[in-house]
Design a binder for this molecule. Structure first.
Ligand code: EPZ
Length: 430
């Protein structure tokens, strides 16, 4: 089992290149099968979730060619099976995007019902409500969602809550429905916009993505496209927090600064200097940071996917901070691990009360989920002494070469698989 070993205490300094957005890429890969022509996708992050979805797509019969580390060609003309195997949905919930894609294209899809996951219960009722509104009959049988329709038709759909997944899934199916669909209370996240842009590049007719009303006029077929995935705002935000927590100075390159505004605002509020360039942001933390309040909200609010990273940063800031998680109920699992490193945090319901401490000390900790895992690595980098992070497989689901990018910024860390490698690292760093 792979682990990270970290010797903390060095400010991270230098430049880092951000890759394509995992959460945009997952939906776009699913949408790519909606045409019988070849789609070429670039700026795909080379992370486990993407690789699993590529396998799922090839398993239903699509042709998948990995052109290079960040580029894949997909041709959906050879799909012979509209049912997705449980193995894939078990590994990545986002394979549920194949529901919207297959239903739109073939008017039939069968995808196992995803269960809960580490960060919360995660129902998908809004996705199903949308498909039903478009005219599909949706049944749940033997643990799978079976959606089918003679014909899909446009509908006026009000989402009960802002959901990224439901907005995207409905947008995909509605792109190939007859007539006009309006999604109200739609999610506005940059990856929703990216998926809409991609579908439009294949000939779909989607307007309003990025606002809370998305209008879709269905088309009969979609065509080939070459598309580059938007930069990953969460990967970028993670490095921004790494600069803040380690009192570093990082130029985060290949980003869209507008997407990072909520994160930038919080970091400035607590005393970081953040400089924006056309496609980069530089975060400098030259003094002790101070307390603040954070509440996670749908975009353009502060992202839930950045909650653990700011939590770790605030654990080291002066004063008492309050972090409220309003999207997923189970996103404070990193707190117990962080407490073992000396943080002073109390969780009550969906709120964490963080009394900032002067420093953390390294410990053996384990990564509870993707973002919490990344946040704990940041904690290890800021802490005095050695930290060993277990279960880094979660981190690898969403961060490409995390250890490599951090090492380039001066982090003393390694990916190890044995006690012998741990000892070697300890001897080397002294
Ligand atoms: C996406 O999940 C992301 N995943 C998550 O990223 C992210 O945390 C989340 O959006 C919020 O930004 C992908 O894009 C693959 P939602 P999604 O539907 O689409 C409730 C990461 O770390 N809800 O916007 O599943 C739901 O329980 C991850 O990269 C319903 O009740 O999130 C939650 O409270 C993890 N019924 C809220 O809405 C539904 O049908 C928002 O969820 C759908 C959602």
């Amino acid at each position: 089992m792979e682990q990270y070993i970290i010797k903390g205490g060095n400010p991270l300094v230098g430049e880092v290149e951000i890759g394509g957005a995992k959460n945009a890429a997952l939906a776009i890969l699913a949408a790519a099968i909606m045409t019988d022509e070849t789609v070429c996708l670039d700026n795909l992050p080379d992370v486990n979730d993407i690789n699993v979805l590529l396998e799922a797509i090839s398993c239903i019969g699509a042709q998948v060619e990995r052109v290079d580390r960040h580029t894949a060609k997909i041709n959906g003309s050879t799909i012979e099976d509209v049912s997705v195997d449980y193995e894939y949905i078990k590994k990545i919930r986002a394979s549920y995007y194949l529901l919207g894609a297959l239903l739109g294209k073939y008017k039939k899809a069968e995808v196992p019902l995803p269960g809960g996951c580490n960060i919360g219960s995660r129902p998908i009722d809004q996705h199903l409500k949308g498909f039903r509104a478009l005219g599909a009959k949706v049944d749940i049988r033997h643990g799978a969602i079976i959606a089918q329709a003679e014909n899909l038709h446009g509908a006026h759909i009000f989402l009960d809550m802002v959901s990224v997944g439901a907005t995207i899934n409905i947008m995909m199916a509605a792109s190939m429905a007859e007539g006009r669909t309006i999604i109200e209370n739609a999610a506005k996240e940059p990856h929703v916009v990216d998926v809409a842009n991609f579908l439009n590049s294949m000939g779909a007719n989607i307007k309003g993505a990025g606002t809370d009303v998305v209008r879709i006029r269905g088309v009969e077929s979609l065509h080939k496209s070459t598309y580059s995935i938007v930069p990953d705002m969460i990967e970028a935000g993670t490095f921004m927090c790494a600069a803040a927590a380690t009192k570093g100075d990082i130029m985060v390159k290949n980003v869209i600064p507008k997407h990072l505004e909520a994160i930038t605002a919080k970091l400035e509020e607590i005393g970081c200097e953040v400089e924006e360039f056309d496609d980069a942001v530089r975060v400098v933390a030259s003094k002790r940071l101070t307390r603040t309040h954070v509440k996670t909200l749908p975009y353009p609010g502060y992202p839930t996917d950045m909650q653990p990273q700011i939590g770790v940063t605030l654990a080291l800031a002066e004063g008492t901070s309050i972090v409220t998680e309003s999207i997923f109920e189970n996103r404070f699992k990193y707190v117990d691990e962080l407490s073992r490193m000396g943080a002073n945090i109390k969780v009550e319901g969906n709120t964490a009360i963080i009394d900032g401490v002067g420093g953390l000390t390294g410990a053996r900790i384990s990564s509870p989920d993707l973002r919490a895992g990344a946040a704990l690595v940041i904690a290890g980098l800021a802490a005095e002494g050695i930290t060993i992070v277990d279960d880094i497989v979660y981190i690898q689901r969403g961060y490409e070469d995390f250890e490599g990018k951090l090492s380039n910024l001066g982090a003393e860390m390694e990916k190890v698989t044995s006690e012998k490698e741990i000892q070697k690292f300890k001897l080397r760093v002294g």
